[in-house]
Write a protein that binds this ligand. Structure first.
Ligand code: UPG
Ligand code: MN
Length: 744
């Protein structure tokens, strides 16, 4: 119900400052890149008269030229996300003044495996979103459990009881964050000096309740099964009598708190948010489409139960860290002037377990602070699968039209529930989550999240934008959502493999931003998507730069100008300029120098492993040889792995082809550097006249950046070192490569 006397906007958009110096700098780098191309084109290997192995020289030259062209082109494209960042602010007080009735919100939490996504974590996420600073009768929380585990069901049962205490506590003391685990871990116990009755007492009481509940859930989880005693507490447990495995079971749907029920009240007599547990039907003969499948099941089930016009989606590890996020998001959707065209509001992902210098570069610091803002100015950020508020209809496939203007948010999605009892309602909803329901429908194609892509979120977000909707990126001062980042190198590389594979898959499909987005979204936005879509092919140019110039050093093929040659200027300028700028950017966003260095290292690691495998898998996928899978990131690790993570010791400790590649490249460069230094000393030539100086510097930098790899290979003694089979294999490969370069 909008009151007509208000005309002030609910949100504001400002553009970033200091853009002119950046643009001038970018222009100078561009000039440098062009000069490099000119140098390449005018210094072909044919010019070297005495060269015997002209064939090899030409091959090296062509490869290098292509790699440089690729990097130049990629750099140019990357300007689009930096060109014009914008900043959004909301006016939440205006929202409450203007609307007495707020639209309902359905929150979807997805979990898939109780062993790597512990039920207590899921419970905390669920509680945090139940406790939003929002009218509870307007909130419904749905858990999709792809693991189909009674452990999670039990955790939800506990959540439904604990919420009766937790929600009033949060309200009363304006608790932040509203995940009990995070709250009790971070906050120090309050001391009430003059008022002995209030916070301290309740604090201790609630904390005790929480600890007890946590202990119960953890011991049950440890046993791996729910005890008979607990099973008696709820009829829902009997469903598991029919479950043969997590990949083969009927739909399990339980409404644990029915918000419509007059008796669902918290300890202070306030209504509780609706809480629903869903494990959709799984049958071996039907593909379950991973997270996209579970989201679509939730969309349908929730449409019968609460049908809120706004849907919030979070991963099970992403608790709400800011109880006002829901109101923030509504400031965008409900804005009278611009709200009607907004399809979704994306919050950045923050992580609670990033180490001081972010050893695996998981923090997304620069992306969150700059790149998403740049994307926002081009039409809106992509949907990143978590921390995102959607308009239900745009997620369900509706095209944007101007008629959405001035809609009545509060009444339009009211559901008429015909079923009298909760049991009946559950029965009707179960059908919606069955395997066969989607057959011959548009679900997974035009409706809901799209199927068949390793990054269902990105492709779905793009489709929404192509249907005419805008999106908004909102980064409040207090992070909206906080999750868990991978804590080992391999996990992080595998996660990036999934991401880059999915992105490249989109690029090769009919949903490629350039084709599908043509005339539907701005060219800037198309380029933003391409930037991520083309992560995977980066592997080729990166591998080339990491190996070939060094190998050419062995063979005495010079690829770059001498230090005394004026042509060296553009090379050095582009190289140093870009690094200096990225360091500046990192510091500007609040990072440290070591963090920047770690990021450069991981940049290389991802490009020569994750992206390479993603690239190869895609190529095989095109020929129908492989099918993409969803490797879930583990949210728990062993005690000693976590100890090493905290100390920022790089974790190898697993046999993986990714590590073989990393170690081979590192060793190759080390061997070659030693050889080259020896030659330089023996021949006593000055650096400035040495035609290999730049190659040696490059090789030296590669060795420097790989220092943690050598440590993992030879120096460390803990359990996180490189497995010896990987070590032997990579020594053999690196030596073989050197020998081939020498004698072939
Ligand atoms: O079959 C599945 C597989 C995964 N999930 C859930 O999907 C979420 C994301 O999985 P995770 O292993 O944590 O992957 P991330 O790489 O951290 O996730 C990012 O990238 C994914 C796409 O690759 C998106 O789906 C996620 O929302 C986004 O946070 C988790 O809550 C899982 O429980 C399911 O519900 N069903
Ligand atoms: Mn995750």
């Amino acid at each position: 119900m909008a009151r007509s006397d208000e005309h002030l906007p609910l949100f504001e958009t400002k553009s970033g400052k200091g853009l002119i110096p950046f643009r001038l700098f970018a222009a100078s780098i561009f000039a440098g890149i062009c000069s490099i191309f000119v140098y390449r084109a005018t210094h072909k290997p044919a010019a070297v008269v005495e060269a015997a192995d002209l064939g090899v020289r030409w091959t090296a030259w062509i490869g290098l030229f292509l790699a440089e062209l690729w990097f130049g082109f990629y750099w140019l494209m990357s300007l689009v996300v930096k060109w014009k960042p914008i900043y959004r602010t909301t006016h939440k007080h205006r929202l409450s003044l203007r609307y007495d009735v707020l639209p309902a919100i359905d929150t979807f939490v997805c979990t898939a495996d109780p062993t790597i996504e512990p039920p207590t974590m899921v419970l905390n996420t669920v509680l945090s979103v139940m406790a939003y600073d929002y009218p509870p009768e307007k909130l419904s929380v749905y858990l999709s459990d792809d693991g189909g585990s009674d452990l999670n069901f039990y955790a939800m049962l506990e959540a439904s009881c604990f919420s009766k205490r937790w929600l009033p506590f949060c309200r009363k003391f304006k608790v932040e964050p509203r995940s009990p685990e995070a709250f009790f871990k971070g906050a120090s116990e309050p001391i009430d000096y003059d008022d002995h009755t209030s916070m301290a007492k309740e604090w201790t009481y609630i904390k005790k309740l929480y600890e007890e509940m946590k202990a119960r859930i953890e011991s049950t989880t440890k046993q791996g099964r729910v005890s008979e005693e607990i099973r008696k507490q709820h009829k829902g447990f009997s469903e598991w009598d029919f479950v043969s495995s997590r990949r083969d079971h009927q739909t399990i749907l339980q409404i644990l708190i029915d918000g419509r029920d007059a008796e669902s009240l918290d300890s202070e007599g306030q209504t509780l948010p609706t809480l629903v547990y869903l494990a959709r039907e799984k049958r071996p003969q039907y593909h379950h489409n991973f997270k996209a499948g579970s989201m679509n099941a939730l969309i349908r089930v929730s449409s019968r139960i609460s049908n809120a016009p706004i849907i919030l989606n979070v991963d099970c590890d992403m608790y709400s860290n800011n109880s006002e996020s829901a109101r923030d998001a509504l400031c965008f959707f409900l804005d009278e002037e611009k709200g009607h065209e907004i399809g979704f509001v994306q919050f950045p992902s923050a992580f609670e377990n990033i180490t001081k210098n972010d050893i695996y570069s998981n923090s997304l610091r620069v992306a969150n602070e700059l790149e998403f803002r740049g994307m926002d100015s081009n039409g809106g950020p992509c949907y990143i699968g978590t921390g995102c508020f959607h308009r239900r209809e745009s997620l369900c496939g509706k095209k944007y039209s101007k008629t959405c203007h001035g809609e009545n948010w509060t009444s339009k999605n009211d559901v008429k529930i015909e079923e009298k009892s909760v049991d009946e309602l559950e029965e009707t909803c179960k059908v919606l989550a069955s395997c066969t329901y989607e057959e011959h429908t548009q679900w997974g194609k035009e409706m809901g999240l799209k199927y068949g892509c390793a990054v269902e979120d990105i492709i779905t977000g793009l489709a929404i934008q192509c249907r005419g909707w805008k999106s908004v990126y909102f980064k409040p001062e207090r992070a909206g959502f906080v999750g868990v980042a991978p804590t080992t190198l391999l996990q992080s590389l595998v996660q990036h493999k999934r991401w880059s594979e999915g992105h490249f898959q989109i690029f090769l499909s009919k949903h490629c931003a350039l084709l599908y987005g043509y005339k539907r979204v701005s060219i800037g936005l198309q380029l933003c998507y391409c930037l991520c879509s083309l992560w995977a092919p980066n592997c080729l140019a990166s591998l080339y730069f990491a190996a070939v110039p060094s190998l050419c050093l062995v063979r005495r093929i010079s690829l770059f100008p001498k230090l005394s040659d004026p042509w060296v200027v553009p090379f050095v300028y582009v190289f140093l300029g870009n690094y200096a700028y990225s360091l500046f950017e990192r510091l500007q966003c609040g990072g440290t120098c070591v963090e920047w260095l770690n990021d450069q290292r991981i940049w290389l690691f991802r490009r020569i492993t994750s992206y390479l495998f993603a690239f190869l898998d895609n190529i095989l996928g095109v020929f129908g040889i492989t099918k993409s899978a969803f490797v879930i990131t583990s949210k728990v690790v062993d005690e000693d792995v976590s100890e090493r993570y905290k100390q920022e010791l790089m974790e190898f400790g697993a046999i993986s082809p990714m590590f073989t590649i990393l170690a081979t490249i590192a060793l190759l460069n080390a061997f070659i550097l030693v050889g080259a230094m020896k030659r330089l000393i023996l021949e006593e030539q000055s650096w400035a006249l040495d035609p290999f100086a730049l190659q040696m510097i490059l090789c030296g930098l590669l060795v420097f950046i790989n220092l943690p790899v050598y440590k993992g290979l030879f120096l460390r003694k803990d359990k996180g070192t490189m497995p010896s089979s990987v070590t032997y294999r990579s020594i053999a490969y690196a030596l073989a490569a050197c020998l081939i370069a020498l004698y072939y």
